[in-house]
Design a protein around this ligand. Sequence first.
Ligand SMILES: *Cc1c(COP(=O)(O)O)cnc(C)c1O
Length: 467
Amino acid sequence: MDQSSSLLRSIPSIGQLLELPAAQRLAEDYSPALTADALRMAAEALRGQILAGQAREIDAAALISAAQALLHEGQQMMHRPVINATGVLLHTNLGRAPMAECAAEAARQAALHYTNLEFDCATGSRGDRLGPIQAVLCEITGAEDALVVNNNAAAMLLVLSSLARGQEVIVSRGELVEIGGSFRVPDVMAQSGCTLIEVGTTNKTRLADYERAIGDQTAALMKVHCSNYQIVGFTQSADIGQLSALAGQRGLPLIYDLGSGALLPLAPYGLRAEPTVRGSLAQGADVVCFSGDKLLGGPQAGIIVGKGKFLSAMKRHPLMRALRADKMTLAALEATLKLYRDGDLAARRIPLYRMLTQDEGDLTQRARALLALLPAGLRALLEIVPCQAQVGGGSAPGEMLPSVAVSVQPFALPLNELYLRLIGAEYPVVARIHRDRLLLDMRTLRDEELSVLAQALTAALGDKENA
Ligand SMILES: *Cc1c(COP(=O)(O)O)cnc(C)c1O
């Protein structure tokens, strides 16, 4: 006891520690106040160790390096890159689409500098925030007019608030989608102050069902793309062409919530044909809305394209200001959209399309490269196995993409523990458990990530107790 109380008394004061050159360097790198706080925490921890009989001497250098570790930890980003080995290409919990290099660079430039966001460099007068993006969107979709808000949920809110507030919107019962995170189409309709008129049944809705529901209170017909589920079997629905003809006869706008918003036909990528934005407009939809970070492969955004007379009302709506996108989003989106002027360019530069176009040979090669990076004697059975990846993010529901995984069956570790160790790694790795194996799907990985992945796997399979 005597010894520990004299040890406690000999812990230097924070003021004394701050005068040491090593602490001064920390104060310069971080700040004097943050350094003092970290030193206080380190001294507090040392006091605890002394009282527990675990420390027998005072080492000022050790106190300062403990403070440095705390400062470093405090600077560590809680938001950080993770390795997606799930095989879900558009994983909403992992930030959906990774962006193209040029899109990330555009966002970076916009972030670091002043930009001409609302400034017309030809005249020096106030410019239109959405002007440039509108031009590109109209060019690649064939639309008359276009605008951008923060996400597709915001787009729906704006479309419905400006076109149908206080009136009725007719939707098929089979299309009242819940997107995920409890986001439901009927709830957004209620928020926008319009009344939902459901027609048809879950599996069958005919054109005549819409026709019968139209009355003096009807403001619009709406179709919602079944982006995250399929209705199969005994089914029927009215297509955009039929609905457009009906809406046109009755002088009503036809709204189409396309959800995933493919700008390219997907059949060449081995996926079932998803409706494209251009195709939907050509078939007669008056207003089409979709996400920027699903099949488009860009930043989170909600894009609205369609007839000028409807979009100009939206642009003037007070919600437009509340939902407007920032300069980084607009820059990244412009850069992404410009790639779509040439389908091949988009397919080569947008990570999502690169992931879709890899064949089983490419994926097997990546799996072999991963195995080659692992040390001998790991305590697990490692095999290259076929598996199924999926698009995800509420796109191409139920559609599986043939893929290749490295399967891991640990000898001495529960699978769930292995999964948790991988997500807890410094550079987290998110794998998937399928039956009695942990699968690392090669389709959502990039070659540059393999060495980090190999390190994480090696550490996770090691015995933590004896490490
Ligand atoms: C994903 C989706 C939404 C929501 O889009 P966010 O960009 O996530 O807000 C709305 N409608 C449909 C049909 C969708 O698939």
